[in-house]
Design a binder for this molecule. Structure first.
Ligand code: HEM
Length: 479
């Protein structure tokens, strides 16, 4: 029998006239995504009347992202919506020479050695913010984690001497920008163009963000820079005014225009905050539900730090913490729907994909495959220690792959480790104070609401906690 040249592509059940599967994507996006695997390796869904092809086999996703990437370029409705306000930053610019050039230019910003020069400054920033939390206060954890990741990222990007008013305005502006961005990606393009108050407000906020970035760049360039962190008599590795990672772009031999610098800064800010913020929020939630995980995290921290505050050089030794964070990234995506556009009529695993069609891949879907990750809804950091953990590599696609792979992955791991360790050092007990959060799939898979209380260690020992792995509050490094 001859093998058919074209495999028929199934359409997911439940499509309704005019809206297609939009109601399923809006109401139950994560179960809907995960269910598509049952129907085939490529499954057609309809968003309104427009078809999109969802890839459920990780080997085919790698074809889309790596080997056949020329046939599947970055694009789709979400990217188009983002580009309207954020311009041609690295994440939204079309595949081609500009992307390649800017990627090459920016890659050194995020290599491990370069990030290490910013590590202790980030720790100080996070430490000072966490130390200001009131003992036992109920806190909005998603907002807190986004604020911490933003503050740490600003220190890394622009250096430690960003004027406080700029830092405050960035912090006030970014949550509203993220919300407006989500709205832009959900609504049809024509609705985004209407002169509605919400659209005008979003445009005004993005314009303000561009001004803030300009001011941060101006401030940065007006200061005498030190090239790298230096160890001084104080023993602190960053007593000089350190340069930020953005220096790489500002001093490029073939410099970017102001508009391009703004586009890249906006892209980095929006790409860096909610992804790491939401991962941290979910990690803290899971830790609060698994006392044994918390105990092991504290024991590891105690043995690595030996009663002193965290230093950046400790981070690579926090192996269990890395597994906890990796499991949070796996379980919660955090990206759940990423798109490409077919550049020509082509085939994927035998399925015909017409030119111009949206092709969807989903880290969440792959990372919830029960054959690769048994009991995928279970939070199990130890799944990353098993000898066969390498066999799961092909399905762990949280940071993407190929030429559009996340440029900030090293930075994300560093920032996640710093923030988690600093919270554990400063807070002896972490407790959920509301009902368990429900995952909400917007740009990332975020908790719908998450309130927790954080207790300070008492001088006599752990408050309300018999855990022997007590850590004293971290003392800030005096600069
Ligand atoms: C847990 C944290 C993070 C996750 C899960 C994540 C995930 C991703 C994914 C899946 C992509 C690929 C999208 C695609 O293929 O279309 C991506 C791209 C990107 N990410 Fe991340 N990201 C994270 C943190 C960060 C951070 C901290 C930064 C900035 C320092 C960043 C900046 C970017 C940029 C600029 C791109 C576009 C790269 C390109 O197209 O060349 N991300 N990220």
């Amino acid at each position: 029998m001859n093998t058919p040249l074209v495999t028929p592509t199934p359409t997911a059940p439940g499509s309704l006239p005019l809206i297609g599967h939009a109601h399923r994507l809006a109401r139950t996006p994560l179960p809907f995504m995960a269910s598509l695997r049952e129907h085939g390796s490529v499954v057609r869904i309809r968003i309104g009347t427009v078809p999109a092809y969802v890839v459920t086999d990780p080997a085919l996703t790698r074809k889309v992202l790596v080997t056949d990437a020329a046939d599947f370029t970055k694009g789709g409705k979400i990217i188009d919506a983002l580009r309207v306000f954020f311009g041609d930053g690295l994440a939204t610019v079309a595949d081609g020479d500009v992307h390649l050039r800017n990627r090459r230019l920016m890659q050194p910003m995020f290599n491990k050695g370069h990030i290490a020069t910013r590590g202790d400054a980030m720790i100080d920033q996070v430490q000072s913010m966490v130390a200001a939390w009131e003992d036992g206060e109920h806190r909005d954890v998603f907002a807190d984690m986004n604020n911490l990741t933003l503050a740490a990222f600003l220190v890394a990007l622009f250096g430690t001497d960003l004027p406080p008013h700029l830092q405050e305005e960035f912090t006030a502006l970014m949550p509203a920008i993220m919300k407006g961005t989500i709205r832009q990606t959900i609504l049809p393009p024509w609705a985004n163009r209407l002169p509605l108050p919400a659209n005008r407000a979003h445009a005004a906020r993005v314009a303000r963000l561009r001004t803030l970035i300009d001011q941060a760049i101006d401030h940065h360039t007006s200061q005498p820079a030190t090239t790298t962190a230096t160890t001084t008599q104080t023993g602190c590795p960053h007593s000089d005014r350190p340069t930020g990672l953005f220096e790489t772009l500002l001093t490029a031999p073939d410099p970017l225009s102001r508009q391009q610098l703004q586009d890249e800064a906006i892209t980095l800010l929006t790409g860096a905050i909610e992804t790491t913020g939401t991962t941290l929020a979910w990690s803290l939630y899971e830790i609060s539900q698994h006392p044994n995980v918390e105990r092991r995290l504290r024991a590891e921290l105690a043995s690595v730090c030996q009663d002193r505050p965290l230093r950046y050089t400790d981070v690579d030794q926090l192996h269990y913490a890395r597994r906890v964070l990796q499991e949070a990234v796996r379980k919660y995506g955090p990206a759940w729907m990423v798109t490409r556009t077919a550049t020509r009529d082509t085939k994927l695993g035998g399925h015909s994909i017409p030119a111009g069609a949206d092709v969807v891949w989903s880290p969440y879907l792959h990372q919830h495959d029960p054959e690769v990750f048994p009991h995928p809804d279970r939070f199990d950091p130890d799944r990353w220690t098993h000898a066969d953990a390498t066999a799961t590599r092909g399905s762990f696609l949280a940071f993407g792959d190929g030429r559009r792979k996340c440029i900030g992955e090293n930075f994300a791991w560093a920032e996640l480790q710093i923030i988690l360790a600093t919270i554990l050092q400063n807070c002896s007990r972490i407790q959920l104070t509301t009902r368990p959060p429900r995952p909400q799939a917007v740009v990332t898979v975020k908790p719908d609401r998450l309130t927790m209380s954080f207790s300070r260690p008492t001088t006599s020992g752990h408050k309300d906690d018999e855990d022997q792995a007590h850590r004293p509050p971290a003392q800030p490094c005096t600069r």
